[in-house]
Design a protein around this ligand. Structure first.
Ligand SMILES: [Zn+2]
Length: 260
């Protein structure tokens, strides 16, 4: 759909999983909690955007889908820069934005740091994408949040398990995510988030024809006249690839409202 290179797929798959998990984790009885992660690093992928909501819908975007250096790991492919985390309750709720520095350690590490510094949540974030030549075979993620009263010994025990465990991408291929959690945290006191919050996940883009038209209003009358003389314009949604074509008449209507 988005024609991503393997490293872009890895990065976006992890970022989408992270956005979905954060939407659930940061939910404070807000039924529409949505989270947007915006990675603006100096790596070859350029800007990576992932949106997820508590209903299980997600969409994403990578500005440089096929970078020249295809073998880079995700951390270096995103690079150093700024991670913005925007949370809110669309369509009307206020938006809250926090920013942290991207340190080039990969999506899971950056999100762990975001949770610790901006949300004061001590956690471990694990994300995995299993890429096969024919496409993504599996993607998933786990956030382990320490109880407020958790002792240093139990946190250290969990950290040890996580560092010694095989990569998440290979585990999620073999077993459901609940089984991965059970294996990772075997013998450790833990509580899984209420199963009533299980939701089906889907790649959904809320783009519409009128939203696709909106950015064209930012063009100057001269630029719009250019498009009109060329017989119209086509806008491709960067999140889902859907194409919207606008006729001369559509654009003429736009110049008319611009003057009003
Ligand atoms: Zn779209």
């Amino acid at each position: 759909m988005l024609d991503l290179s393997p490293v872009a797929t890895d990065a976006l798959g992890r970022a989408l999983t992270g956005a979905l998990l954060l939407a659930r984790l940061l939910e404070k009885n807000l039924k529409n909690q949505a989270v947007t992660l915006r990675f603006e690093g100096d790596g070859p992928l350029g800007v990576v955007i992932a949106e997820g909501n508590i209903g299980g819908g997600a969409r994403g975007y990578v500005s440089n889908r096929v970078p020249d250096a295809p073998m880079l790991d995700v951390g270096r492919a995103i690079g150093r820069g700024i991670l913005s985390v925007v949370r809110g309750t669309p369509p009307h709720g206020r938006l809250y934005t926090s920013q942290i520095a991207l340190e080039g350690g990969g999506v899971a590490k950056e999100l762990t740091r975001y949770l610790a510094t901006s949300e004061q949540i001590a956690s471990a974030v694990l994300l995995g994408v299993l890429n096969r030549r024919e496409g993504v075979a599996a993607a998933g993620g786990i956030i382990i949040q320490a109880f407020p009263h958790a002792g240093e010994a139990s946190i250290a025990a969990i950290e040890k398990r996580i560092t010694e465990a095989p990569p998440l991408s290979t585990l999620i291929e073999k077993m459901p995510i609940e089984a991965v959690v059970a294996q990772l945290l075997h013998g450790i006191d833990y509580k899984q988030i209420d199963e009533r919050f299980n939701v089906p996940l889907s790649y959904t883009c809320p783009c519409t024809r009128s939203r696709a038209l909106a950015p064209l209003q930012l063009f100057s009358p001269e630029e719009l006249q250019d498009m009109i003389s060329q017989g119209g314009s086509e806008v491709t949604c960067e999140f889902c690839g859907r194409k919207y074509s606008f006729t001369r008449e559509d654009l003429l209507a736009l110049t008319a409202t611009g003057e009003a």
